[in-house]
Design a protein around this ligand. Structure first.
Ligand SMILES: Nc1ncnc2c1ncn2[C@@H]1O[C@H](COP(=O)(O)OP(=O)(O)OP(=O)(O)O)[C@@H](O)[C@H]1O
Ligand SMILES: [Mg+2]
Length: 268
């Protein structure tokens, strides 16, 4: 059978702290991996590194640790340009070492950002290696911090689908408006679609809709308060094991369809 070419979509979620970014990415991973044979890469770009737990994956190495190894060896080799070149040439391989592979998806954890100083050349090289790796996957999902800049600097240059996650608090919505501004002003996106997902709604959708219209951002979906999420979190059970009919899973499936991430289902 002919191998299907990857769609190469890059979805990054950002938004105010605690709005449910990690839960969203975990549940979307569950949904996309259930759906035919898409190859999914998940990247944890949040230094707090909570995604591996939510996905039930054990990680052995982070990109941050690789960066430190490279910097240490580069220092050891001083002016030996040949050795430095050798390190650069093994970078793709080193990034693969940090890839935790489950049967249905791969996970990369960025880990801590630069501990000391700025090692921009190393970051650039690592970012190139991550971009090369992500080209082998149909969809790359990135769990980020509030801003999109750190993703741009350290993970990938271009995000085609930035998703702003917010709750219904005014701070969440203000952060969403700010992120939209940053994304647009810096032209960080070959944007297929910038959208907002509103999490933990409890019948207050109307108010948020008004805000979104004013700011000019499309609402991709509403996720209800789902007590299964809290129960799973409390027990340390991966969110990828949530039942298919759990209200949050149903809502995130609709968002995935709307974004055209599920094969054979049109973008809405
Ligand atoms: N729809 C929901 N229903 C119930 N609880 C939820 C829902 N979404 C998220 N939560 C809970 O809210 C808390 C924060 O969620 P999560 O860790 O996904 O947020 P985050 O945006 O990734 O946070 P951080 O900014 O710290 O990384 C968690 O305890 C999670 O269980
Ligand atoms: Mg998180």
């Amino acid at each position: 059978m002919e191998e299907r070419s990857p769609k190469n979509r890059l979805v990054a979620v950002c938004g105010k702290g605690g709005t449910g970014k990690t839960a969203f990415i975990s549940i979307m991973t569950k949904i996309l991996t259930q759906h035919d044979d898409q190859r999914i890469l998940v990247i944890d770009a949040d230094p707090a590194m909570s995604l591996a737990n939510a996905l039930g994956v054990q990680i052995t190495k982070t990109i941050g640790e690789i960066r430190e190894e490279i910097i240490k060896s580069a220092a050891r080799f001083g002016d030996d340009e040949e050795e430095k070149l050798r390190i650069v040439n093994t970078l793709d391989y080193m990034v693969l070492e940090a890839l935790a592979e489950k049967s249905k998806f791969g996970l990369l954890v960025m880990g801590r950002p630069d501990a000391v100083g700025c090692f921009c050349p190393v970051n650039d090289l690592l970012r190139d290696a991550i971009e090369t790796l992500s080209k082998n996957f149909d969809v790359t999902l990135i769990d980020g911090e509030a801003g999109i800049e750190q993703i741009h600097r350290q993970v990938v240059r271009v995000v085609d689908t930035p998703v702003i996650l917010t709750d219904t608090s005014s701070r969440g919505l203000q952060t969403a408006a700010l992120i939209k501004k940053i994304v647009e002003s810096k032209k960080l996106i070959r944007c297929k679609r910038l959208g907002m997902v509103v999490n933990r709604v409890r019948g207050d959708e109307e108010m948020v809709r008004g805000f979104a219209e004013k700011v000019g951002v499309e609402i991709l979906g509403y996720i209800p308060e789902d007590e299964n999420i809290s129960h799973y979190d409390l027990r340390g059970q991966p969110l990828t094991e949530l039942p298919d009919d759990s209200s949050s899973v149903v809502a995130i499936r609709q968002v995935s369809q709307k974004l055209g991430l599920l094969d054979g289902e049109a973008e809405g």
